[in-house]
Write a protein that binds this ligand. Structure first.
Ligand SMILES: [Zn+2]
Ligand SMILES: [Zn+2]
Length: 175
């Protein structure tokens, strides 16, 4: 029981690292074809980027299936992945992108930091020069803003698309 709980918790933490690395190197790398849709205004209920969630969910289902047939502790790793996916859906899809019916915009604390960090991630519309790739962990807001300003000063691309608008940083938040 203790081990299983620890495995779930470690998997959640590990998934944040894995998701941030995947976001940086795969989604903003060769996987940009799926992820691009997420950096453009959404026109339909679903976007191609949602396929990543389908892939991760499939892996979690397989792990749970193998685990419950005796391959301990795969089911608990699958449970951790599922828990992470749930947190991702609440924070990323719900809180930041307002894909759920709730309209809460955090004003302070940890959730505020996450919220602003991901808005800053979306201040960059193209594949390169991104920042803040995590979903449940975010560096301090000021550090991210300075990073973004430096990149713009270095002429990352210099067009309006990379300029953080007020709502991205001051962040009263519609999409
Ligand atoms: Zn991205
Ligand atoms: Zn996003």
């Amino acid at each position: 029981m203790l081990w299983n709980t620890l495995i779930v918790l470690f998997t959640i933490a590990g998934m944040e690292i894995f998701a941030a690395l995947t976001h940086r190197h795969v989604m903003h790398g060769f996987g940009w074809g799926w992820h691009r849709s997420h950096h453009q205004p959404r026109r339909q209920r679903f976007e191609r980027n949602d396929l990543y969630a389908v892939v991760f969910a499939t892996i979690a289902i397989l792990l749970i299936a193998f685990g419950t047939r005796g391959a301990w502790p795969l089911q608990w790793i699958g449970a951790g992945m599922t828990a992470y996916g749930l947190l991702y859906f609440i924070v990323h899809d719900g809180l930041v992108h307002k894909r759920w019916p709730f309209r809460y915009v955090p004003r302070r604390g940890y959730l505020r930091r996450l919220y602003v960090a991901h808005r800053l991630h979306h201040a960059v519309k193209e594949r390169e020069h991104g920042l803040s790739f995590g979903f449940l962990y975010a560096p301090p807001t000021e550090r991210l803003k300075a990073q973004l300003r430096r990149r713009q000063a270095a002429g990352a691309s210099g067009d309006a698309a990379t300029t953080p608008r007020d709502e991205d940083t001051a962040g009263v938040g519609e999409r």
